[in-house]
Design a protein around this ligand. Structure first.
Ligand SMILES: Cc1cc2nc3c(=O)[nH]c(=O)nc-3n(C[C@H](O)[C@H](O)[C@H](O)COP(=O)(O)O)c2cc1C
Length: 201
């Protein structure tokens, strides 16, 4: 997982101001593998929230879009594009709540650049993670053990149901429990510009 910031100069200029405290948190919590897990909430068709843990897989190079992977057959796909990620860093005791729009990059995606990003992401996955995309349909009645005995897939050819899931943030609420008093900072995207304000915790 590459959480490093894009290296070329034009990309650097595009980095949102919350990227710096987030990169700092990732660095200071790097000894904790669990700090790569966050909860992504979406909205079910009946209006109830749906929330689940995902591995945050860094950023799409050249922008502020967070990367995740998921199975195109899972329920979250089809719950609309409005989402909020809640990401807690235990060592530094800080929380980022990141609100934004989701974009699913599946095999049918028309954008060549995003299809390439999907292939790159597939290649970067562990063997075990790749294999899980060939398992029987998620959420269906448990299949027999033989359905889970599968040859490892080609690491250059994404499985049919493998999706790269992107989140384009529009609002970030950063809370730091450390400090007397605590610190809370809001970042919001207004007319293409990030505005930052300090609020009471
Ligand atoms: C630690 C942990 C990491 C997970 N990482 C992912 C992930 O990266 N992608 C994913 O689709 N599901 C991941 N899951 C499973 C999801 O939490 C969830 O059960 C699954 O995606 C189905 O969710 P849905 O029915 O809301 O679509 C993870 C679960 C745990 C406990």
């Amino acid at each position: 997982v590459d959480f490093s910031e894009p290296s070329s100069t034009p990309d650097k200029a595009a980095l949102a101001p919350w990227r710096s405290p987030l990169a700092h948190a990732l660095h200071r919590n790097r000894s904790l593998p669990n700090s790569r897990y966050a909860q992504l909430a979406t909205v079910r068709p009946d209006g109830f929230p749906a929330n689940r843990t995902l591995v945050v897989r860094g950023f799409l190079p050249g922008g502020n879009q967070l990367r995740f992977v998921t199975d195109g057959r899972s329920e979250k796909v089809g719950q609309g594009d409005r989402a909020e990620l809640c990401w807690y860093f235990p060592k530094t005791r800080e929380q980022f709540r990141i609100r934004g729009r989701l974009r699913l990059v599946d095999a049918q995606c028309a954008d060549e650049g995003l299809l390439k990003a999907r292939r790159v992401m597939w290649h970067e996955l562990s063997d075990g993670a790749r294999l899980s995309f060939l398992w029987p349909e998620p959420g269906r009645e448990r299949a027999g053990a033989e359905a889970f005995v599968i040859d490892p897939p080609d690491n250059r050819v994404p499985a049919r149901d493998f999706c790269l899931l992107l989140m384009e943030p529009i609002y970030v609420d950063h809370l730091e429990l450390r400090g007397e008093p605590q610190n809370r900072c809001i970042y919001r995207l207004e007319n293409g510009e990030w505005e930052m304000s300090s609020v009471n915790p």
